[in-house]
Structures are given as C-alpha cells and as structure tokens.
Write a protein that binds this ligand. Structure first.
Ligand code: DC
Length: 224
C-alpha cells in the first residue's frame, strides 16, 4: 500500500487554501479537513448563546457544551455542531466578523487542536488553517503556505458570498479580511506564520488547476 502522509496548508483568509486543500485531497484520495470551520462553529455557538468572549468562565462552560463532528458527503465537507449541520451558517458575515476574536482564545485553540491532531493520527489528511504546519501537525511531511494579494482575495470572497446567495459590499469584505489577517497574525497564541519548512505558494495569478499542479508536484517529490 502506498505510504500516506499528512499535508498542512496554511495562509491568510480567502487566499484559496481551502480550494487547494479540497482539490489536493480529492486527487490523492485523502481526507480534507477545514479547521477554520471548527473555529467558525464555536463562534456560531458563542453568538447564539450570547457568550461573552472575555469571560473565561462563560467560555469554558460553553466549550463543554459543544460537540463538533465532521461529515464527508457527496456535497463535500460538512461541519456538524451539536448534531446540526451548520456548514452554510458558519460562512455568514456575522460569524466572519467575530471568528478571529474567538480563535485568539487559548481555551478554544486547545480544544480544537486536540480534535485536529486526533483526526490526523491515521495520516492521509489534508488540513487547511493558520497553525497547521506550526502547531497542529508540526511534523507534517508536506507544508504549504499559500498567499495572494489582498485585492484578489477580497474579490474571491465576494464572489463566493454571491454564489451562496449572501451578497455583501466588496469594501466590507476587504476590511473584514484585513482585520482578520491582522488579528490572526498578531495574536499571542499560535499566530499565523509560515513554518520554517513550509513552501510558499503565491497564487495571485494562478488558476485553480495551476495551483493544484504545483501542489501535486510538491507531494509527488515527497512520496518519491
Ligand atoms: O479559514 P477561515 O477563514 O474559515 O478561518 C476562520 C478563522 O479561524 C480565521 O479568522 C482564523 C481562525 N483559524 C485559526 O485561528 N486557526 C486555524 N487553524 C483555522 C482558522
């Protein structure tokens, strides 16, 4: 049987890393895991239950009430929060506006990193996020750090929201991206940073097929 590895894909918000991770998982018949969806599901729960993010007792208490599950269906990766499929709800702008704040809470990160590491134990996982190559899978065989310029990222996010029937103003989308990038890269616990052994992939002017081609080459080299 062919050797299985773990692949860590990190990068800024809306840089196309989820698309790459999904495409790569499909091409390799690996499992795709969107770690950002887990932070979003926790954020949704906090918002729905009016949890004060700055109150550690409330946060700890809420975390105990959260059960996160992942499903892989024909329509792809599904995020299940306490038995409810929240995959669509968690991409809403309200969640996007609070998720970086929630992702900066150490108790939240501790819980999610544990789940993510369990999911990777069997190998054959492509996981995308912000700290996958640095914290979740520091020994991942392949690490890719994806980047693209902010104008292009804002346009991609805007198009995605339109496609999902959740139109927003492009300026709002861009401001939200910049705001999240700032919080994600400056937080004290596991800030977004390129792992020293990660390969940088700037896909600003690459098509979906081109970025997949580059990533597949990187994986093939590793498996050889
Ligand atoms: O990839 P995304 O935009 O869905 O991620 C949502 C937020 O979650 C993002 O602002 C940063 C945070 N996040 C994180 O801190 N660590 C991860 N591994 C994944 C996401």
């Amino acid at each position: 049987m062919e050797k299985k590895i773990n692949i860590a894909i990190d990068g800024f918000s809306s840089c196309g890393k989820s698309t790459l991770a999904k495409d790569l998982a499909k091409a390799l018949a690996y499992i795709y895991i969107d770690s950002g969806a887990m932070y979003r599901a926790v954020t949704l729960f906090f918002l729905q239950n009016s949890i004060d993010f700055n109150n550690s007792d409330q946060v700890e208490d809420a975390l105990e009430k959260i059960l996160l599950e992942i499903k892989h269906t024909e329509s792809g990766f599904r995020m299940i929060l306490n038995g409810m499929d929240v995959t669509e709800q968690i991409v809403r702008i309200e969640v996007s506006q609070s998720v970086s704040e929630v992702a900066a809470i150490s108790a939240v990160r501790k819980k999610l990193v544990e789940i993510q590491q369990k999911l990777g134990e069997q190998k054959g996982v492509v996981m995308d996020g912000r700290d996958i190559g640095t914290v979740v899978f520091p020994h991942a065989e392949v690490k890719i750090f994806v980047t693209a310029n902010v104008e292009i990222r804002a346009q991609r996010r805007y198009d995605e929201l339109e496609r999902r029937g959740m139109p927003a103003r492009i300026e709002t989308v861009k401001e939200n991206l910049k705001h999240r990038d700032h919080i994600d890269s400056t937080r004290a616990d596991s800030p977004l940073t390129q792992a020293s052994d990660a390969l940088l992939l700037d896909n600003s002017y690459m098509s979906r097929e081109e970025q997949l081609f580059v990533a597949k080459k990187i994986v093939e080299e590793k498996l050889r």
